[in-house]
Design a protein around this ligand. Structure first.
Ligand code: PLP
Length: 379
């Protein structure tokens, strides 16, 4: 069944007693037992809650996974996955990844003896060279944040399989609507559900999908054991957002391409990063592995002074962190999302003081372009 259909119908079958079309919000911490040694299938909401389960089943179906898991945030989801590893294990990681993930790895998990090597995961030879005897996983962003480099998930997953390494894909920027990592051979997909999946800049949420049932059991053990689960209200909001994922992303991608082309023509812009542009180095690969290019656009302005001008003078476009919602947001990665990466490293990656990132929303694209135009022109 098409992903758009599956997404629209998440939770529909959940309440057969009343026939409710949307899943009820089971706002309960605990469940009555029918008898000694008996359970309704639910005992305590950290271990399992029907609203959360509707979301977990929904994301698992979209990704073709054995099971799905919902967490209190994307970072909680990634933290829970790292509990699969032990002191002395090594993980190869995308170099220009989300700054919060970098902080988690470098400033928290390194203290517990996990080792990380960062490389450009859009180049498989660099990934191969980074694998060591103690490498246990590859953690790769399918489309990187903020430079929009494209990973060859199919080839990376095959390499991981050959070398006995788990392939974990952060697919936040593309979502299952555009790319399904498990179908391409990855073992685990992880999402900040706070972005496109919930889609309205109103919920913080993390999601994980796992292909192998035995590995899924281990992930469940840690989800329940560590306990950073998503509450029923936020599970419901995420389901509601996911129902419109396909229409939102269709519109957002259309807008993103028009804005990227407009920026390319702007003399105050020196570089535009958008994989939907044919000259983008990852364009052909994404065309082959995904059904779209997403709606994140990064661009470099010709002088640093233009950054503040654009952030402060845009009226429709908000200067705010995060991405993936219906409203267009603009961020300055060097001081916001990627502030925890050392300045020299950031600069070497291209995350410099002239780089801005747009999360393109569903507004009328002419209005968005007019807003950028007046902000560029402002004195
Ligand atoms: C690619 C990516 N992964 C993970 C996260 C973390 O998600 P959350 O903010 O929901 O904890 C983010 C957040 O910006 C992200 O952009």
């Amino acid at each position: 069944m098409n992903i758009a259909t599956q997404a629209a119908q998440i939770g529909l079958e959940w309440d057969n007693r009343t026939g409710a079309v949307t899943v009820p919000i089971y706002q309960t911490a605990t469940f009555r037992h029918p008898g000694l040694g008996q359970s309704t299938g639910y005992d305590y909401s950290r271990s399992g809650n029907p609203t959360r389960q509707a979301l977990e089943t929904g994301i698992a179906r979209l990704d073709g996974a054995a099971r799905g898991f919902a967490y209190a945030s994307g970072m909680a989801a990634i933290t829970s996955l790292l509990l699969l590893f032990r002191h002395g294990d090594h993980i190869v990681v995308t170099e220009d990844l989300y700054g919060g993930t970098y902080r988690l790895f470098e400033q928290i998990f390194q203290q517990y003896g996990l080792e990380f090597t960062y490389c450009d995961t859009s180049d498989i030879t660099l990934v191969e060279a980074a694998i060591r005897p103690n490498t246990k996983a590859l953690f790769v962003e399918s489309l990187t944040n903020p430079l929009l480099k494209v990973a060859d998930v199919r080839a990376l997953a095959a390499l991981c399989r050959e070398r006995g390494v788990l392939c974990i894909v952060d697919n936040t920027f593309l979502t299952p609507y555009l790319l399904r990592p498990l179908e391409l051979g990855a073992d685990i997909a992880v999402y900040s559900g706070s972005k496109y999946l919930s889609g309205h800049n109103d919920t913080i949420c993390g999601l994980v999908t796992v292909k192998d049932p035995e590995l899924a059991e281990r992930v469940y053990f840690h989800q329940n054991g560590a306990g950073a689960v998503l509450g029923p209200q936020d599970s419901w909001l995420t389901i509601r957002g996911m129902k419109t994922l396909s229409v939102r992303l269709d519109r957002q991608q259309e807008n993103a391409l028009k804005i990227a082309r407009w920026l390319q023509e702007n003399p105050k812009v020196s570089r535009v990063y958008y994989p939907g542009l044919e000259e983008h180095p990852g364009h052909d690969l994404l065309k082959e592995q995904a059904s779209g290019f997403g709606a994140m656009v990064a661009f470099e302005v010709t002088e640093p002074g233009l950054v503040e001008q654009l952030l402060l003078r845009t009226e429709l476009i908000s200067f705010a962190e995060s991405l993936g919602g219906v409203e267009t947001l603009m961020t300055f990665p060097a001081v916001q999302t990627h502030a925890d990466i050392e300045p020299a490293k950031r600069e070497a990656l291209g995350i410099n003081d002239r780089l801005l990132r747009l999360s393109v929303g569903i507004e009328n694209v002419d209005d968005l372009i007019a807003d950028l135009d007046q902000a560029f022109a402002a004195k």
